[in-house]
Structures are given as C-alpha cells and as structure tokens.
Design a protein around this ligand. Sequence first.
Ligand code: ADP
Ligand code: ZN
Length: 517
Amino acid sequence: MEKSLEILKKYFGYNRFRLTQANAVENVIAKKDTFVLMPTGGGKSLCYQVPALVLEGTAIVISPLIALMKDQVDALRANGISAAFLNSSMNPNEQNETFRQLKDGKLKLLYVAPEKLSADNGHFLNLLKDINISLFAVDEAHCVSHWGHDFRPDYLFLNGIKEQFPQTPIIALTASADEITRQDIIKQLNLQDPTVLISSFNRANIKYFVQPKQSVSNHIIQYLNEHPNDSGIIYCLSRKGTEELANYLKENGINAAYYHAGIPSVERAKVQDDFIKDKIRVMIATIAFGMGIDKSNVRFVIHADLPKNIESYYQETGRAGRDGLPSEAILFYSNADVMKLKNFAMSENEEQSSLMLRKLQQMTDFAEMHKCRRQYLMEYFGESHPGNCNSCDYCLSEFENWDATIDAQKLLSAIFRLKERFGKNLIIDFLRGSKSVKIKDYMKDMPTYGIGANSDKKYWQNLIRQLIINDFLKDSNDEYPVLKLTESSKEILFNSRKVNLQKVKDLVKAVTVEDIE
Ligand code: ADP
Ligand code: ZN
C-alpha cells in the first residue's frame, strides 16, 4: 500500500485513492483477477496504471477508444511514465518501433486497440509470450458481452488471455454493466475467482428532472438566464441540431459553441479547451463530446433530445457536478424522439436492433414512469436506494390519486373490440368518434365508437402511457406498433378491477425551467 500511495503521489499528484481504487490496486498487485464497476469519471484508469508502475514488466491495456489512446499515452508520458500504443492508424514502421521497445522491456504500459487482437486470427497474444507482462487491463469491458450496449466482436479474442497467461492478473473495468452483463464479462474473460468491486452509482449532488419537450430552445434560454453564472453542456441528437441551437443561443446573447464529430479536429480541440477554461459557457454537442473531458464545474447537463439508452443518459448527465457541488440534469422528452430512435434501431441487424429497442424502452420507462428517478437509475445499475431521494422531479412534486377505472375500461374495450390490431392513434380517433377516413364504416357501428369524445387526444395519450407503464396494456413495439391487452387488462375488462393512477397536482420546485414562467 505504501508503495502504491507513493506512486499515486509521485506520478499523478494525488494524495489518496477514491472509491474502490485502493482495493483494485492492491488486488492486482497481489496478482488476482479483478472486476471494477465504477461510474464514468470515477477514476478507473488509476486502477491499472498504479499497479503497472508497482509491478515488474509491461501492462497491456486493451481499450476501444482509439481516439483517446493517444491522449492517454501523452498524459502518461508527460508524467514521466514510459507508455505507447498500437492501433491501425499507425504505419508498419511505427508499429515495429513500438514492438522493439516492448521487447526491450522499455514500456511500463502498452495500449492496444481491440482490432489488433483479432488480426491474423489472434496472433498478437502469441507475440506477447516472450515478454514480461505485469497485467492485462480490459477497459470498457462490457464490449465483450452481447448483453452490453456496445458489443464488439474483436473483444471476443480476449477470452484467450487467461489460457495463454494463467499467471498474469486481468483487471476488467466498465462503467456500465447490469448484473447479467457483469456475469457475462467474468465468464467471457475467464476471470478466476475475481474480486468484484462495485462503486455506488448514486450521484447525490445531481438533481434529475424530466419534462415534456415543447419549445425547447426558449425553455433553455430561460433556464440560462435564470442561472447566469452556470456553465454546462446541452446534448442534441444531430450535428445540425447542435449548430442550430448554438446559433439561436448566440443570437440571444449567450456565450455558446457547438461540438460534433464533423468539425475539423484542430477546431474541435480549441472549443473543447475554451469550454474547459471557462471561455465558453455553454457547449451544445452531440455525444461525440465528453469522453475523457475533465471539467469539474459543469453545473447542468441538458438533453434537448432523448438519449438512446440509460447508460448514455447516465454517462452524459454524470459529467455534471464532478466537483461535488449541486448540479442539475434536465431531460426534454417527447414521443417523436422515441419514434425517431426506434427507426434508427430498426435499421440495424435483427439482434442489434432488438437489443437497442429493449434499451430504448428502458429509457422511455425512465422518462414516463411515476417513480423516483434516482431509484430507477440505481436499480438499473444493480443497486438500491433507500426511499425517495427528494432531489428529482418526482420526489419534489405532489401527486393526487386519480381513479381511472372507467376511462381505462373504455379504452381497453375499444382495443378488445378492434381485435388488438391497431396503434394508439387509431384507437384514440375511434374513441373520440373521429370522422377520419381511417375509421371504417363497420367500426362506426360498434358501441364503443365515440364513447371517449369528452376528453381530448392528449388525455388519452397520457392514459395509454400510464396503462403501459403499469402493465395494463402493452405496445407490440414492432414496425407497425399496435396496442395489445395483457393479463392484467383482462382483469379490468372482465373482473372490474380498479385502476388507480397518479397525476401531478402541483409542480412544487420540480421542473426548474417552468418555474420561471
Ligand atoms: P473513468 O475512466 O472512470 O471515467 P478516469 O480514470 O478518466 O475516470 O478519471 C477521471 C478523473 O479523475 C481524471 O481526471 C483523474 O485524474 C481523476 N482522478 C482519478 N483518481 C483520482 C484520485 N484518487 N484523486 C483525485 N483525482 C482522481
Ligand atoms: Zn427522487
């Protein structure tokens, strides 16, 4: 321990370890396999960098983030550590030079891109046979699992490590792994009786808010005006979206810039740097922004569009409040975004697409459900939170109970009469007695036609959503989604089960942006 603390101080300038770092470091130094689950920004890198310096030999780090590899290696070198990387962007001469250094035992750390592992049918691991390897670190380890959200076939070659290097410790690190993925990672990497270290995902200083996506840019301007000293990130789905919003904010006198992968890298580095140095107050960005960025005083992260899954949402909102001071995460949510992302997902191959749809469903559940947001997030990552958090929009709102039995019966019987063959728009039109051509004459003769005319479209949409969340109804979720009954909906229809739902009574201090109005 003495030795690792000394190295922590000498090479990295820190006085103490954070979260489970100390355990991870000690465990690897003791040559034991280790699994580290730590939120983004928690400090996973030091878990293998410190042991790499304590142990003899070279540490092999497998990392899929090629773009970051060079930065990481440069940072290590700047701290006086001999490190190098190997990836496909290098020419053969450069690769040979790196190999020579490796053979001469000159490197403490070698970063390797996953495609190196699969090249020549896994030849790379053989090359390492003659080298004194201190440890293998598998960064972003969820990429090895089909259950993760970012499976990479190249990672499958990692399962040969344990067999070929039984004496060398493997440390697997990830910020996103539910219980199944976790088990799968351990299995795929063949970790031997690993020490599993899980840090809490609770970010107590971040408040979570979700609100309907309506006139987003104006809400954002109001928010920014209300928090004049705060700096933050606004995520958009498309490059064009970031440019438009940035321009709109600038026209309104806000110091903003945009960032996406289509901007030349020199310029990108410049805006990123300006943001970190507080020369730019608001960064409007696609998800390309943020990996590896360390700005501690990000006070808010706003999602102007819906993220694809909980992992992304958590990772992006996690960039707020690294200094531990109160910060806010605000998500603007709309059905249109859900449809857009569904279409994206549908364009993938079948396996990928069903995984993406499942993840998207969890994201929409999070946005729509009446439950503490923090509890949901923590449960998602396999933890629990005792009681309500009192710092999310749900916990800060007051609800009143709402007996929805009669309307639920109307809705479900319409679906039943129409033989569960239609989507929500047609069902709502039907209930409201619409004259639309989509409503065929035979439908108009049914007794349920028009029985919901006294409530508007929004009301019915909301009820459908609530019933889906409470498992009284389901969405078939395929290309032409139709509403289907569930076992519980039959109880409402045929056994007159009561339906008690909740609705917001008063937004107390919940949705910050709306307070202003
Ligand atoms: P992760 O990979 O988990 O997202 P990093 O390893 O990139 O996180 O670390 C995030 C930031 O936290 C880096 O700037 C790192 O230098 C800093 N950090 C890591 N460990 C410590 C520590 N023990 N004390 C202070 N800062 C730390
Ligand atoms: Zn809460």
